[in-house]
Design a protein around this ligand. Structure first.
Ligand SMILES: Cc1cc2nc3c(=O)[nH]c(=O)nc-3n(C[C@H](O)[C@H](O)[C@H](O)COP(=O)(O)OP(=O)(O)OC[C@H]3O[C@@H](n4cnc5c(N)ncnc54)[C@H](O)[C@@H]3O)c2cc1C
Length: 475
């Protein structure tokens, strides 16, 4: 078997195949394996920056990673007491804690509304998480609860947020939903918010000690034990360049598939792949800091993840600007400070920090100054701590990893159409019309994030097609 691309999904596919007794070769174009899961000294020696993902709620909830026995491979998940914080003004901060009770307890007059929204979902969290991490064709374990989740999730985030009264609770919901990279007035943006909050109340929002690269190291180590190989520096330009194999699993996007194999795909499928839409990009900044960020609010110092950009109206305005093809002057920013729980990321007393904001696809605009101004709003003196920084525009993001077209880190827009059928409406989203060729990237169901589930489902399809008994499926 050959897997092209060693992102979390490519490696999950490789491991699922190798565990079933297959001989697997992974071909990775970049010099390092891992795709969106690499850790590098991007700024100064001794500062370990996650080039992409840092917060691993999805990995913690993923049935695939549950099968990996990560702890035995030295992967430690470190979970901060506060999953996320969203300051709106001095003394006003939305706080997402580990439980519904704690979160509601900090919400004052919004406590009953938050409990009503989240408590039933948390009670049925296994069924909802199972549904969100599987292709949509699967029958949910608890259909009534699933229907409730879908009904609420179909709402635009702004509608969900308006169930709250305080500016900080509204902003908290808005920031969660902004992970959809959709305008907050778009249907389905609410589902992202609900899922993010549900994960906070079930698995928490952990980071990996030492950096996300450790997750990939554990995956490649298991693959090697099973006889699999990973070859780096091997960009595949055409499907014909892939060595003979019983199956080829591609950790690539639909437009990449067209470039690799367009002439071998039937016209209908080619059209479907061409119709696949990517979302906005991101501009990401990594900093090496002399000390922890001087956030004004205590909750902001107790969490890894911060949503920075002010009120619901400000966040919605920023995302709407991006959707309209403009660069917001005051962008909504997602900020990660792993040093709150992991002192190994930087020399003693020093810290790493990253933040990104959404930008129009393919943007070459360096948003570092605007992002820093947003952080300064809630942490005066932040800029004085900067020792070094590294900026990737959306265009750089695609150059870094062609799996992020135009800088779209989810490898596909989260529209309703692309949620029902990702990458296109087919019973099995992983099989392509070319016999023996499969897709497994975040452009397939269930979408972006480090969960490995696209890879696992794709590999199971391969095994089923080859009528090979899949031990993993039964355990
Ligand atoms: C800035 C940023 C922050 C993020 N934060 C988080 C987070 O905190 N939590 C989270 O869960 N997710 C996060 N994500 C998203 C997450 O990283 C991705 O959704 C995830 O990595 C997708 O996995 P994948 O295996 O599908 O693809 P990728 O990780 O993109 O891997 C694809 C791999 O295939 C290789 N490849 C592509 N084409 C070819 C080719 N033709 N030949 C050979 N090799 C090829 C690429 O080099 C790459 O290594 C973030 C992403 C970014 C960019």
């Amino acid at each position: 078997m050959v897997v092209v691309g060693s992102g979390p999904n490519g490696l999950a596919a490789a491991l699922t195949l190798a565990r079933a007794g297959m001989r697997v070769a992974v071909l990775e174009g970049s010099a390092e394996p891992g795709g969106g899961c690499r850790t590098t000294e991007l700024t100064l020696p001794g500062f370990a920056h996650d080039e992409c993902s840092t917060v691993h709620a999805l990995a913690a909830a993923s049935p695939f990673f549950a099968s990996c026995n990560l702890a035995a491979r030295g992967v430690r998940l470190l979970t901060p007491p506060v999953a996320a914080a969203h300051p709106v003004a001095r003394g006003r901060v939305g706080v997402l804690s580990g439980s519904v009770g704690d979160t509601a307890g900090g919400m004052g007059e919004d406590a009953p509304a938050y409990r009503r929204l989240m408590a039933p979902l948390v009670r049925g969290s296994d069924a909802i998480t199972g549904m969100t991490l599987a292709p949509l064709r699967s029958v949910p374990a608890k259909p009534i609860l699933a229907a409730r989740f879908i009904r609420q999730g179909l709402l635009p985030a702004t509608a969900l947020a308006h169930r709250m009264r305080t500016s900080e609770a509204r902003a908290l919901l808005a920031g969660m939903a902004a992970h959809s990279v959709r305008p907050l007035t778009a249907p389905l943006s609410g589902a992202f918010g609900l899922t993010m909050m549900l994960l906070a109340h079930t698995t928490g929002w952990p980071v990996i000690e030492g950096g996300s690269g450790r997750l990939v190291a554990a995956m490649t180590a298991e693959l090697a034990e099973l006889g699999g190989t990973v070859t780096t520096g091997a960009w595949i330009k055409r499907l014909a360049d892939v060595p003979q194999a019983r199956a080829i699993v591609l950790d690539v996007t639909p437009h990449q598939l067209l470039a690799l194999a367009g002439d071998r795909l039937p016209p209908g499928f080619r059209r479907a792949m061409r119709r696949f839409r990517y979302g906005p990009g991101v501009c990401k900044v990594d900093w090496a800091l002399a000390d922890a960020v001087p956030w004004q609010e205590l909750a902001c110092r107790e969490t890894v993840t911060l949503h920075i950009g002010g009120t619901l109206e400000e966040v919605a305005g920023s995302e709407a600007e991006v959707a309209a093809g403009r660069h917001p002057e005051r962008p909504f920013c997602i900020v990660a400070q792993p040093g709150v729980v992991d002192s190994s990321r930087a020399p003693a007393g020093r810290k790493v920090l990253w933040a990104y904001c959404h930008v129009p696809p393919g943007s070459e605009v360096d948003m570092a100054d605007r992002i820093e101004r947003q952080i300064e709003r809630f942490a005066p003196g932040f800029r004085d701590l900067i020792l070094a920084k590294s900026v990737k525009t959306a265009a750089d993001m695609e150059r870094y990893n062609p799996g992020y077209p135009g800088g779209d880190i989810a490898a596909g827009a989260s529209t309703i159409r692309q949620t029902i059928g990702r990458p296109t409406l087919r019973w099995n989203p992983y099989r392509t019309p070319i016999p023996g060729v499969y897709l497994c990237s975040g452009s397939t169901a269930p979408g972006g994030g480090v969960h490995g589930m696209c890879g696992m489902w794709a590999a199971r399809t391969v095994l089923r097609d080859l009528e090979i008994r899949d031990e993993a499926r039964r355990t």
